[in-house]
Design a binder for this molecule. Structure first.
Ligand code: FES
Length: 201
């Protein structure tokens, strides 16, 4: 009697090595996946806003024009936007609180009426100009915007000069009054820093 043996190859695991064609196929598949992921990551970063409003890198609300401190008052810190708002006689300034030497955060010294860097002792005046220390330039500035109730920008800091933005004028009766409606809002745009001028001292 003939011994008939069946052989079912499907039941046995196959350990046949991959062919060169298969290896290339898998490599190509993996590379395509990586490229697609990189592209998607780039698109997401490009399309999404870089910073949320209200945090550093975005637009920070300071408040109503009529609520501003009077000219010559002590600077007000806005740590969420990393700046100090200064109401100088010439107008509003938003000074970046980061020292221009090695990026330490400056503090306001009320006694000396100066900004002082705690790291290496650079000192800046109320308008951010360097007075002494290793900082190579004045404190950088951000753009201040005055915006009306319709959302229209009525005035903004000159990005080329960074000069203080005037918001007050003297009336005929010798009183100070705002150049813009009292309910106008003040914002600071921290997405772009105007570099402080190099100091001669
Ligand atoms: S980091 Fe401010 S003086 Fe060095």
């Amino acid at each position: 009697m003939t011994d008939i043996r069946t052989h079912d190859s499907k039941l046995e695991p196959s350990h046949a090595p991959l062919t060169r064609r298969e290896v290339l196929h898998y490599l190509w598949f993996a590379l395509s996946g990586l490229l697609t992921l990189s592209f998607l990551r780039f698109m997401v970063r490009y399309l999404l806003p870089r910073a949320r409003a209200g945090s550093f890198g975005g637009l920070i609300t300071v408040g109503r024009l009529s609520d501003l401190p009077t000219p010559g008052s002590a600077p007000i810190a806005y740590p969420q936007g990393r700046f100090w708002l200064v109401h100088a006689d010439q107008g509003l300034l938003a000074l970046h609180s980061t020292c221009t030497h090695l990026d330490c955060l400056c503090n306001w010294n009320a006694e000396q009426a100066h900004f002082v860097c705690p790291c290496h002792g650079s000192v800046f005046d109320t308008q951010g100009q360097r007075l002494k220390g290793p900082a190579p330039r004045a404190l950088d500035r951000f753009v201040v915007q005055i915006v009306n109730a319709k959302g229209e920008v009525l005035a903004a800091t000159d990005r080329r000069t960074g000069a203080a933005l005037p918001v007050l004028e003297t009336s005929a009766s010798d009183e100070l009054r705002f150049l813009y409606p009292d309910d106008a809002q003040v914002y600071v745009d921290t997405s772009f820093a105007i570099l402080g001028s190099a100091s001669a001292t």
